[in-house]
Design a protein around this ligand. Structure first.
Ligand SMILES: [Zn+2]
Length: 411
């Protein structure tokens, strides 16, 4: 058992402490071990049978929860990034063999061991930034075997208690691999590919426990709502949850699929038809906002007012990937959510902790809560900054002084 003391403690447990949405305590202690948080409250009320504080910090918060990443990628796309900044479009880069296909080639060339080693190093860097739970998508294999290799490397990371908790997503429909997109007739080739990626591979993924969620890239030039429905149907039959990339470039009907299958989240949302939002809110589907991606692509931010009005919960994530969101930093995404998306400090902190964790909890298989509360897993970050807004400004500095996941110090 260990006790930490903080001048300011954010519990993100609305209503439990104080009057605000973030449940703030002044001069507080938290006692915990690997089984969870045993006690928290004002330092003056620390029960004498609990250990005295072994460490003090200016600020203590729940561990950050990054609900959308592609962090099991291989290789680097720095050359493509330079071209993009020089004016080349996403579609031009894709046509030149860059984009997702460049990461696909690197993933196919790597062994499962190499994918695991790269992912582990990336997760360690995320932990140092205060992140204790990371959703990781496959989606660079683009073949049945390639995807399974990536998912198995992710499962090894998920089994390591010294890393942030990994929640795996099978990104079944991300892009068409070259043999599929070059085949004639194209329509039959695509239909065959979708059938393969959404077929009995899902049964195998469920049997091996390789993914908690499925995902599809539903957009213009990517996959259709109908194809995403095939995936969601097979996922549901296997007890696997659904998240969807929707509306990054256009709304092509993904939100209806998300509502129909009670998806945990719809992610991106730069473009959406407002009349689809009520069904989404009724289904309890959250919007995962990805400000680093829209910033990189110089896009207009999503209409967050419309999402709020409809009662859709807002989550903020990094979208960490080697192309359109070239950062591993959830705190940077949080800073951009304040700067560019007009979210309040409270919305951002809940969206990167408790609300993010809620989108990852499926049938009791993921226990992250994104809150400091008695009985919750001890996912805790100590910071050398005096207030939660100091993590949103200044940008790009690392302010953690201790990070615990399930009571084990991981950074
Ligand atoms: Zn993504």
């Amino acid at each position: 058992m260990k006790t930490l003391r903080a001048a300011r403690m954010l519990t993100c447990d609305r209503g439990a402490w104080g009057s605000g949405a973030l449940g703030v305590l002044a001069d507080a202690c938290v006692s915990f071990d690997a089984h969870g948080i045993h006690w928290l409250g004002p330092a003056a009320a620390l029960p004498p049978e609990l250990p005295a504080p072994s460490q003090s910090a200016a600020l203590i918060t729940p561990g950050l929860v990054d609900a959308h990443t592609h962090s099991a990628w291989m290789g680097s796309r720095h050359e493509e990034y330079v071209l993009r900044m020089g004016g080349a479009s996403y579609q031009q880069l894709a046509a030149a063999g860059g984009g997702i296909l460049a990461s696909h080639r690197a993933l196919i060339a790597a062994s499962e061991d190499e994918v695991f080693a790269e992912l582990r190093a990336r997760l360690q860097r995320m932990a140092a930034l205060g992140v204790t739970t990371v959703e990781v998508k496959s989606g660079y294999g683009l073949t049945r075997e390639g995807e399974l290799k990536q998912l198995r490397a992710m499962k090894r990371a998920a089994a390591d208690p010294g890393l942030p908790r990994v929640v795996s997503t099978y990104l079944a429909l991300h892009a068409l691999p070259p043999p599929v997109r070059e085949a004639v007739p194209l329509a039959a080739s695509v239909a065959n590919y979708v059938a393969t990626m959404t077929g009995d591979v899902l049964d195998e993924i469920a049997r091996e426990g390789l993914a908690v969620f499925v995902d599809a890239y539903v957009d213009v030039g990517a996959f259709t709502a109908e194809q995403a429905s095939c995936l969601a149907e097979r996922a549901r039959a296997n007890g696997i949850g659904v998240r969807l990339h929707c509306g990054q470039f256009a709304d092509v009907g993904g939100l209806d699929v998300a509502a129909r299958y009670a998806a945990a989240s719809v992610d991106h949302m730069e473009h959406f038809a407002a009349n689809a939002l009520d069904a989404l809110a009724r289904a309890g589907t959250a919007a995962v906002l990805l400000p680093i991606a829209s910033y990189t692509l110089r896009q207009r931010p999503p209409d967050t007012d419309a999402l709020r009005r409809a009662g859709v919960r807002l989550v903020v994530a990094s979208d960490a990937n080697p192309g359109t969101a070239p950062s591993e930093s959830l705190p940077l995404a949080m800073a951009m959510a304040l700067r560019d998306y007009g979210l309040s400090t409270e919305e951002i902190w809940l969206g990167a902790t408790h609300y993010a964790a809620n989108t990852l909890r499926v049938a009791g298989r993921v226990n992250a809560t994104g809150q400091l509360a008695v009985g919750a897993p001890a996912d805790i970050v100590a910071w050398d900054a005096p207030a939660e807004a100091c993590i949103l400004q200044p940008w790009g500095t690392q302010r953690t002084v201790g990070v615990w996941r399930d009571g084990v110090q991981i950074a």
